[in-house]
Write a protein that binds this ligand. Sequence first.
Ligand code: ADP
Ligand code: MG
Length: 400
Amino acid sequence: MMNQIKESLFQPGQPVSPDRFKGREDIINEIVKYFPSINSGNPQHFFITGKRGIGKTSLAKFISDVANKNYSMITAHIMNDGVHNINELVIQIIERILNSIKSEKWSEKIFDLLRGNIESVGFGGLNVKFKPSNDELENIKDNFAFYLCDLVNHFKDKDGLFIIIDDINGLSDTPEFANWYKSFADTMATSIDNAPIGMMLTCYPEKFAKLYEHNQSITRIFHTHELLGLSDNEIKIFYTDIFSMNNIAIEKSALANMTKYSLGMPTMMQEIGDATFWNDTDNYIDYNDSLIGVIEAGKRIGLKYLQPLIDKKIRSENYLSLFKKIGKELAATPNATFTKKTFSDVLNESESKVFNDFIGRAKKLGIIELASSKKQGEYQFTNQLYPIYFLIQTIREDNL
Ligand SMILES: Nc1ncnc2c1ncn2[C@@H]1O[C@H](COP(=O)(O)OP(=O)(O)O)[C@@H](O)[C@H]1O
Ligand SMILES: [Mg+2]
């Protein structure tokens, strides 16, 4: 037999490839139904909100793949992580577009027009850098709608442009971005005849609320969708499809178990699938394989997301037992808040005694935070993976 090299098709820690993306059909249809309108020159703006790890980047990638393949659009995906000002953002957007079009024959003309403002770097000039002078940059920023449309009108044999600005979290602190975007959108809508441009922005729900505080017309500009967890059914389809791409069959109880501990979180789903995949030796996932996979995935989540925050004190037995009890109660309900009272039935005396100290500590370490209601004594986990981690710690003890 040929020596087979195993390769996992799961993607923990990476946005999912469009061909392995599952679920979210309603939202996808809601968005894609506007694409013919973009093609005929009417700009559209989409906003995807959701917590960390819920699948914003993955959805944006999937949609941009549709825009490219089915609606003949040039696409540009800006990872905006660290960007805190509009000048930098404008440069990044143009740079991404230039890199997306550089292999098209017709782009030569555009590059000729921009000569002087661009630089090719890397081996064979692989990466295009956009370097306008300060005056030029101010000018582009103030007239961004015209600038972009001018660019798009030089696209030959393409029917539009789809831009993703991913993670605008850092731009929501001041009114500057909200106001700039509003005026950009207004100009495109009212002063430009043909603007075949789709824009998609993403951020956390609380940051979107902040943008709205800065400029209330923001909500009118966008088709907005909040991403919640995947359904159990979507998760089952994901596991069934990905494992079968690897020619691996799954026992029904194993599928149910992996789905149960994914708890709707795509990140968890990917970690469990990947861990289970690597533990399998006979191309058949039985219940026990899935259990080992879940526990291994729990370990990985702990190492990647929680360990960096945790100190010795919080690892002490008393605190750990508190975390497990809280985790067990809250893992299945994202956005759940709690007070001391929530757990009055499950806490023993010594746990009850240290509860307030424990909360103080966990808050300081960034594991929990005051609930968004801002009510005294009401808390929530800062990341839904944390209660899931503690829940898995409890099954680990029950089963090993
Ligand atoms: N619809 C989906 N189908 C399969 N995997 C997904 C899906 N959405 C997200 N994921 C996976 O979940 C994890 C987090 O997704 P990501 O898009 O990075 O979330 P966000 O941008 O909201 O932080 C990644 O490992 C990704 O592969
Ligand atoms: Mg993301």
